[in-house]
Design a protein around this ligand. Structure first.
Ligand SMILES: NC(=O)c1ccc[n+]([C@@H]2O[C@H](COP(=O)([O-])OP(=O)(O)OC[C@H]3O[C@@H](n4cnc5c(N)ncnc54)[C@H](OP(=O)(O)O)[C@@H]3O)[C@@H](O)[C@H]2O)c1
Length: 247
């Protein structure tokens, strides 16, 4: 069954890979991006033909902080969507704090984006049948077993603390609202931009049964979301679950 997938953050590595797999799989998509030409060029580099982009993808230019644009994407010209994938984020940047040495270039962007998506989704006619996927990170949850190797404790417990504040706020907003069509939280470990190693290389854990690892490629995060969420017909086992993924 072809899916209709809305993407936020489609010029970012993970969501971009997932979008490419989604188009290659014959599904239709709509993406909100600040720079449409960048997205078109990225898809060309991934050898997605222009005709495929024209026929299967609707690109909406806009900012995820603008709820009207977010609602437009979720409404999808009246056709609605059955899946929303958000890979919104921002690069880390130093700040003058000993306890939180890093923040992001747009602090709070993940939280703001997710709140807008949740609000627009709530008002959408397809709310009950739309699965929301957000990309968070491992090490974000305070009250669950450690899901990263002990050697990375300084990275997670100190260096990334300020970056994780936003992810934590995003996850809290999600848990508070609980979209009626269900959600999936993807918590990858440290990301790299290497070539895909394939699904057989990706290990998957949950909050209760974490798997530890040092990293995963953005391409394989996109592949995991595509294989486990977009392509899977019966998604009931995924509803309201969080998954850590790593090599
Ligand atoms: N780096 C790591 O090791 C690591 C580990 C675990 C999880 N994560 C998280 O995983 C997620 C995906 O990471 P990634 O590296 O694939 O993506 P990324 O390169 O951080 O890309 C972020 C995306 O968000 C978009 N974006 C940001 N602000 C926006 C706004 N106001 N309006 C519209 N779009 C906006 C960016 O668009 P533009 O192209 O217009 O900027 C880009 O498409 C992020 O949340 C990241 O923090 C990262």
């Amino acid at each position: 069954m072809p899916r209709r997938v809305a993407f936020f953050g489609a010029t970012g590595g993970c969501a971009n890979a997932c979008l490419a797999y989604t188009l290659q799989g014959g599904h239709s998509a709509i993406a909100l991006v600040r720079r449409p030409e960048v997205l078109r060029e990225q898809l060309r580099k991934r050898e997605i033909a222009d005709e495929v982009v024209e026929s299967q993808l609707c690109i909406v230019e806009g900012d995820v902080k603008d709820i009207t644009s977010v609602a437009e994407v979720i409404a999808n010209g009246g056709n609605g969507v059955d899946t929303i994938i958000s890979g919104i984020g921002g690069p880390p940047t130093p700040q003058s704090s000993l306890l939180r040495p890093l923040t992001t270039t747009d602090p709070g962007i993940c939280h703001k984006a997710t709140c807008n998506i949740l609000a627009a989704l709530k008002d959408s006619k397809d709310a009950a049948s739309t699965l929301l996927v957000i990309i968070s990170a491992n090490g974000v949850l305070n009250d669950s077993p450690r899901d990263y190797p002990l050697a990375l404790l300084p990275l997670y417990a100190w260096l990334l603390r300020g970056v994780f504040d936003d992810k934590r706020a995003m996850e809290t907003a999600l848990m508070k609202t609980k979209p009626t069509g269900g959600y999936v939280v993807v918590r990858p470990s440290v990301l790299d931009s290497g070539p895909s190693k394939g699904m057989h290389s990706v290990r998957e854990g949950t909050m209760e049964q974490p798997v530890q690892g040092y990293g995963i490629g953005r391409d394989d995060v996109g592949l995991w979301i595509y294989s486990r969420v977009v392509e899977t017909e019966d998604r009931s086992a995924l509803y309201n679950q969080g998954f850590q993924i790593r090599y």
